[in-house]
Design a protein. Structure first.
Length: 162
């Protein structure tokens, strides 16, 4: 299966809002994730894209970039958003895209060191919202990857004591 399709299937299965919003994955690689969203399921009373949909699309694209980069990582960390901000620069009146910006090698290395040494890595990710070739929003978020440091399951721990 190709990576964009694998990511789209994962998003729809594990983050249901992505399917309700009509998210399709146009591009997915270690440098960039680009999502496409239709206007209709994301429309507001002004016939433009609802701000919450814009924010969710940006978060999904940024989270997805981390998922792509860590999907084969041996520790299988959990990915969560810690903080974010978004600047809405113009209304979106049509289908739109959420597109991540590349992560610098320096930031990535620092993130991996934290993940390996402490079981937790923190990284900033930026994304843009686009309608055609016009930038309509700028997103900045900090994401955290957590390695589960707790015993795998209570059953396994209980069985090992018998």
């Amino acid at each position: 299966m190709d990576l964009p399709r694998e990511l789209e299937d994962y998003l729809h299965a594990h983050i249901p809002i992505s399917e309700y919003m009509g998210v399709t994955v146009l591009e997915a690689n270690e440098e960039r994730v680009r999502l496409h969203l239709p206007l209709e399921p994301n429309i507001n009373h002004q016939q433009t894209v609802f701000g919450g949909s814009e924010s969710a699309a940006a978060i999904l694209s940024a989270w997805s970039l981390l998922w792509v980069r860590l999907r084969n990582h041996e520790s299988h960390p959990k990915l969560v958003i810690r903080a974010n901000s978004i600047e809405y620069t113009r209304p979106i009146e049509s289908e739109f895209q959420a597109e991540t910006q590349p992560i610098s090698q320096e930031e990535w290395n620092k993130f991996l060191v934290g993940l390996e040494r402490k079981g937790k890595g923190r990284i900033p990710i930026r994304a843009r919202l686009l309608a055609g070739d016009q930038v309509c929003g700028e997103f900045s978020g900090t994401f955290v990857a957590l390695v589960d440091l707790i015993a795998p399951s209570y059953g396994a721990a209980a069985n090992s004591k018998q």
